[in-house]
Design a protein around this ligand. Structure first.
Ligand SMILES: Cc1ncc(COP(=O)(O)O)c(C=O)c1O
Length: 379
C-alpha cells in the first residue's frame, strides 16, 4: 500500500478487464497471439490507422525489436534525446550502437529539430523521437530532415497513444513506433507494449523476431507446414491473459480519455494564476498538437523550489515526482562521451520539472487538495 494519501499513480479497472481474463481462462489458451491479442491488434490498427500493430511484453522490448529490425550494430550511430527513459537508448546500445544525444526544445521538451541535422553523420542509422507527455515532436521538420538523409525514424510513443500531430495520429509517422502499457500509462495491463509498423518492409521480419526468430506466425496462418528457426529473435509476445486485461482498458477509451482530460484541464485552470505569480511554467501544447493527457507537470524556477514543493506535498500525504535525469550525464552516457553542457535545455529542465498525481480515478476532492496544497506553498 502507498503510504501517501494521494499517490502519484494508481491503476484501476475501467471496464470489462476481469470478465475478459475469465473468458481467456475458460477458453484455456493464454499464450501469445490468442483471441484477445488479436482483438487488441485490430482495435489499435483501426483506432490509430496504423498498418500493423503487434503487442509486446513492454515498450522496452518493442524498442529492442526496432533496433533488430533496423539492423543497427557496432559502428552505427543512433540519435536519441537525452531527456528520455533509459529504454529509448538502451535498446540500440544493446545491439552495439553508439548513442548520439540530442537536446530538447524548451517549450515541449521534445527533440529540438533545429539542432537535429548537425548531429547526423554518415554513420547515423536511426533517429528516435519521444513525444514527451504525449505532445507531438515537430514532425514535419524532423521527417523532412530524415528523408533528406535517408534515415528511418522510430517514434517512442510510450506517452502519446491517441495523440495527434496536424491531424495525424502519433505512431503512424515514423517507419516504426512503440507504445507502452506500463501501469503508469493511460491504458495499462501492468507491463506491456506494442510495436507499430508503418513501413511494410518490416512486417514479416517483425513477426519472426517477436516469435524467437521462427516463422511460427506463418505456420499458424497455414502458410508453411512446419515452423523453423529463420532469423535472430526473442520472446516478445504478451500473454493473452494480459491482452484480455488490456482489451478491457482499450475498449474504455472514451471514458479513460475524458477523465484524464478533466484532470489535466482542472490542474491547468486552477494553477494558472499561481504559476504566473511564481514564475512557474505550465505545459505547452503547440497549435496543431492534440495531446494524450498522459501527465501534468510544472517547471519550477529552481531545483531548491522543486525540492521544497516535493517536501511540502509529501508532508500533506501527496506524492509528486520528478522525471528523467539527463542520459548523457548518467554513468553509461558518460562512457559514450557525454559532458555537462552538451544538452543545456535538458540539463536545465531536469532539475525543475515536477509531475503531479495523475490517474483515471483521481477524484475532484483529492485533486482539490493537491491544488490547495500547491496554492499554500510559499517560496
Ligand atoms: C519515453 C519512454 N519510453 C519507453 C519507456 C519504457 O516503457 P516500458 O515500461 O513499457 O518498457 C518509458 C517508460 O515509462 C518511457 O517513458
Amino acid at each position: 500500500m502507498s503510504t501517501y494519501r494521494i499517490p502519484f499513480n494508481r491503476s484501476s479497472l475501467m471496464g470489462r478487464e476481469l470478465q475478459y481474463i475469465a473468458e481467456a481462462m475458460l477458453v484455456g489458451q493464454i499464450a501469445g497471439d490468442q483471441a484477445f491479442t488479436k482483438k487488441c491488434h485490430a482495435l489499435l490498427e483501426r483506432e490509430l490507422g496504423v498498418a500493423k500493430a503487434l503487442l509486446t511484453t513492454s515498450c522496452t522490448h518493442a524498442l529492442e525489436m526496432c533496433a533488430l529490425l533496423l539492423n543497427v550494430g557496432p559502428g552505427d550511430e543512433v540519435i536519441v534525446p537525452s531527456f528520455t527513459f533509459v529504454s529509448t537508448v538502451n535498446a540500440f546500445v544493446l545491439r552495439g550502437a553508439t548513442p548520439v544525444f540530442a537536446d530538447v526544445r524548451p517549450d515541449t521538451l521534445n527533440l529540438d529539430e533545429a539542432r537535429l541535422e548537425s548531429l547526423i553523420t554518415p554513420r547515423t542509422r536511426a533517429i528516435v523521437v519521444v513525444h514527451y507527455a504525449g505532445v507531438a515532436c515537430e514532425m514535419d521538420a524532423i521527417l523532412a530532415i530524415a528523408a533528406r538523409h535517408g534515415i528511418p525514424i522510430v517514434e517512442d510513443n510510450a506517452h502519446g497513444l491517441g495523440a495527434r500531430y496536424r491531424g495525424r495520429t502519433l505512431g503512424t509517422l515514423g517507419a516504426l513506433a512503440t507504445l507502452s502499457f506500463h501501469e503508469t500509462k493511460n491504458f495499462t495491463c501492468g507491463e506491456g507494449g506494442a510495436l507499430l509498423i508503418n513501413d511494410a518492409r518490416h512486417t514479416e521480419r517483425a513477426e519472426i523476431i517477436r516469435e524467437k526468430g521462427t516463422n511460427r506466425s506463418r505456420f499458424f496462418r497455414k502458410q508453411v507446414d512446419k515452423y523453423t528457426w529463420v532469423d535472430v529473435g526473442s520472446s516478445y509476445l504478451m500473454s493473452d491473459v494480459l491482452a484480455a486485461f488490456l482489451y478491457g482498458q482499450l475498449e474504455a477509451w472514451q471514458t479513460i480519455q475524458s477523465r484524464r482530460r478533466r484532470v489535466w484541464e482542472t490542474y491547468d485552470a486552477a494553477l494558472a494564476d499561481w504559476a504566473a505569480a511564481h514564475n512557474v511554467r505550465r505545459p505547452i501544447v503547440p497549435p496543431g498538437c492534440e495531446q494524450s493527457y498522459h501527465m501534468y507537470y510544472l517547471l519550477l524556477p529552481s531545483l531548491d523550489a522543486r525540492s521544497a514543493l516535493i517536501d511540502h506535498l509529501r508532508a500533506r500525504g501527496i506524492l509528486s515526482v520528478f522525471h528523467y535525469l539527463p542520459l548523457h550525464l548518467s554513468d553509461m552516457g558518460r562512457r559514450y562521451g557525454g559532458q555537462p553542457g552538451d544538452c543545456p535545455v535538458t540539463e536545465d529542465v531536469t532539475d525543475r520539472l515536477l509531475r503531479l498525481p495523475f490517474y483515471n480515478e483521481l477524484n475532484e476532492s483529492d485533486q482539490s487538495d493537491v491544488i490547495a496544497a500547491i496554492h499554500a506553498f510559499e517560496f
